[in-house]
Write a protein that binds this ligand. Structure first.
Ligand SMILES: *Cc1c(COP(=O)(O)O)cnc(C)c1O
Length: 401
């Protein structure tokens, strides 16, 4: 048995089988490259689903984390700490908002958003007790907690986990007529991914997000943008909503906010909305801890320069060009995405998304399939141009019969 096989067998024996990873066992990583336990190198074209926007082992982020490790790492929110105010102030400013509620994982931030908009509905909008409704989109991915999977349309994510949390209305993504019909006087929020990542990097029709913005404003409903995967540079802007000139009432952030080092998530909104909370009404032991704040502050500083967004836009343009060329020769049947983020559908004669991902792995390129023929490509924004070109050329080469 190889070292790789031994690691995988041990993992299979002692971990719940909630994932089906590619058979690679990573030992170290740097920038856009990972090295496995047998010394083979792989180009990472997934970047932890955007959690690694700034690459593996990013020096600025590592230094920020190390410095904070030596100072103080955890206080709990029972006490103040000297990184907290700066984190909240600077994140709010980056978002053009007023207040921040920090959590850890993405799904916790979505849970927090759900609680916030319900409370806002009862306290500010005046929705009758227990009647608040939230409109969401089909094929969404907002995380894995019981409430969040209650409004998933993915049978694998939902089966056997009921009873489900009520209060959600699901409409097809991109369908404005259905959205308009679903919004009632008890609707407190519309919760959407501005680009649906897990669904295969689905970009909604042009004009959809602005129309949802207009509708929600007109009906006194909060527009919540889950930018956990699409935000913080990935699409070539700080937020995917910006491409459509849309400013939501609330951003839900995660993944890249933690710099690939620690889980950091947050809900960011106005004082009217996040001002609904009083002490004791919501919380998290680790949310907003000093280490998380120190890393996130560095992430925010890096995003303020705009250089990562610009790089995502520029490299993304080239990437889409190369992928479109593969579509023109019939090897891909669809190419979607924005910035350095693409979902492509592989023509059936070349095998499933999983098979193509495995063939790419054998050539030293790591991507991840999602739903049948689709593979998702989300390189770290720091990837070298030559590396990206090489990785994309490998995709072309594995798509041969
Ligand atoms: C990843 C993701 C989540 C969940 O984040 P976790 O940190 O895995 O809990 C929620 N929403 C979107 C859009 C995501 O991509």
């Amino acid at each position: 048995m190889t070292t790789t096989d031994a690691f995988i067998a041990a993992a299979d024996a002692h971990s719940a089988h909630t994932y089906h990873p590619l058979p690679v066992v990573v030992a170290t990583a740097d920038g856009a490259w990972m090295t496995d336990v047998e010394g083979r190198r792989y180009l990472d074209l997934l970047a932890g689903y955007s959690a690694l926007n700034f690459g593996h082992g990013n020096r600025r982020l590592i230094e920020a984390a190390k410095a904070q490790l030596e100072r103080v790492t955890l206080t709990s929110r029972a006490f103040h700490h000297d990184r907290f105010a700066a984190f909240c102030t600077e994140l709010a400013e980056l978002c053009g908002m007023e207040m921040v509620l920090p959590m850890n994982t993405g799904t916790e931030a979505v849970e927090t958003a759900v609680k916030t908009v319900r409370k806002w509905g009862y306290r500010v909008k005046g929705v009758p007790a227990e009647m608040a409704k939230i409109v969401v989109a089909g094929n969404n991915f907002h995380g894995r907690t019981t409430t969040v999977i209650s409004f998933s349309t993915d049978p694998e994510a939902r089966a056997d986990y009921g009873p489900y949390t009520p209060g959600f209305e699901i409409v097809p993504y991109g369908d404005l007529t259905a959205m308009r019909a679903a919004v009632t006087e008890n609707t407190v929020a519309v919760l959407l991914e501005p680009i649906q990542g897990e669904a295969g990097v689905l970009v909604p029709p042009a004009g959809y997000l602005p129309a949802v913005r207009a509708l929600t404003r007109e009906r006194n409903v909060l527009f919540v943008a889950d930018e956990i995967q699409s935000g913080l540079g990935r699409t070539g802007r700080t937020f995917a909503c910006e491409h459509e000139g849309v400013v939501p009432d609330m951003y839900v952030l995660g993944k890249a906010l933690g710099g690939g080092i620690v889980p950091v998530s947050a809900v960011v909104s106005s004082a009217e909305v996040l001002g609904v909370f009083r002490p004791g009404e919501h919380g998290s032991t680790f949310g907003g801890n000093p280490l998380a704040c120190a890393v996130a502050l560095e992430v925010i500083a890096m995003l303020r320069s705009g250089e990562y967004q610009a790089r995502a836009a520029e490299l993304g343009e080239r990437m889409r060009g190369e992928l479109k060329a593969l579509a023109d020769t019939g090897r891909l049947t669809a190419v979607r995405g924005r910035g350095l983020w693409a979902g492509v559908d592989v023509a059936p004669e070349y095998g499933s998304g999983r098979e193509v991902s495995e063939r790419l792995m054998d050539r030293g390129v790591l991507v991840k399939d999602t739903r049948g023929p689709t593979i998702r490509i989300a390189p770290p924004l720091v990837i070298g141009e030559g590396d990206l070109e090489w990785g994309l050329s490998q995709i072309g080469e594995v798509l041969t019969v």
